[in-house]
Design a protein. Structure first.
Length: 235
């Protein structure tokens, strides 16, 4: 793992944006795994700026998002579909057909997950996966458990995740969808390069466990220690 500390969120985001931009310039048809939440907003702003400056194009890029709330339609303002449109897809030249998110309203979540895993495999896997980290050590919505969750699956969100995400739902954890569809750890670990971003000192304790503690399913992000090409960025 390459671990880099920055002075600020802005500095971390700028570095992350240049890393993703380098990936796109080296391989214009890159397959990117993307995250939502507060952490990558600065990264997406940076990418939108680099696009506006003519330094990168997303015309041949394909994206797969990590997760989507279960039960939220794509049009809901807090869906991850809406988030991606707001912060990145509407600002760059990526064709909509090349952006992939799970259907939060899929009637058969297991079938939706099989479809999603197969689509990632068919795309040749992920060249670069962007990750944030949850207070409980989750990546994607792979929550702490008795074993590492390998495949895409429907997950009950941890109470700490509901509390953390309540800020997007009027501050009320009861309004946060209780479950989500998430990419599993096999796809994440199959990415050829991983960028893990940690947004702020309040997450230093869990980050320390993830990168320096034992590898164990109670801290899902700790599995990244077994990956050969991870950049950990924090401030
Ligand atoms: C979001 C995701 C989550 C978040 C994590 C941190 O797509 O997969 O793992 O990265 O919950 O969230 P923020 O960035 O809001 O602190």
């Amino acid at each position: 793992m390459n671990v880099r500390q920055f002075d600020s969120y802005e500095a971390m985001s700028r570095y992350a944006a240049f890393s993703v931009a380098t990936q796109i310039r080296q391989k214009p048809d890159s397959v990117l795994g993307l995250a939502t939440g507060s952490t990558p907003i600065g990264l997406y702003d940076g990418l939108a700026q680099l696009y506006q400056e003519g330094l990168i194009s997303f015309r041949r890029v394909t994206t797969f998002n990590l997760d989507e709330y279960y039960g939220l339609p794509a049009e809901h303002p807090e869906s991850y579909h809406a988030f991606m449109k707001r912060y990145l897809f509407s600002k760059v030249d990526i064709p909509a057909a090349q952006t992939h998110l799970m259907d939060g309203c899929a009637k058969d979540p297991a079938e939706e997950c099989r479809r999603y895993d197969a689509a990632i495999t068919a795309a040749g896997g992920l060249d670069l996966q962007v990750l944030g980290i949850g207070f409980d050590g989750h990546i994607g919505f792979n929550e702490p458990g008795d074993s590492f969750a390998v495949d895409c699956h429907l997950v009950q969100l941890d109470p700490s995740t509901l509390a953390a995400n309540a800020r997007f739902f009027g501050g009320d954890p009861a309004k946060v969808p209780a479950s989500a569809l998430t990419m599993g750890l096999r796809c994440i670990m199959g990415a050829r390069h991983i960028l893990l971003l940690c947004n702020g000192p309040e997450k230093h304790a869990i980050l320390k466990q993830a990168i320096g503690g034992p590898v164990r399913p109670e801290v899902p992000a700790s599995i990244l220690q077994l990956h050969p090409n991870v950049d950990v960025l924090f401030f």
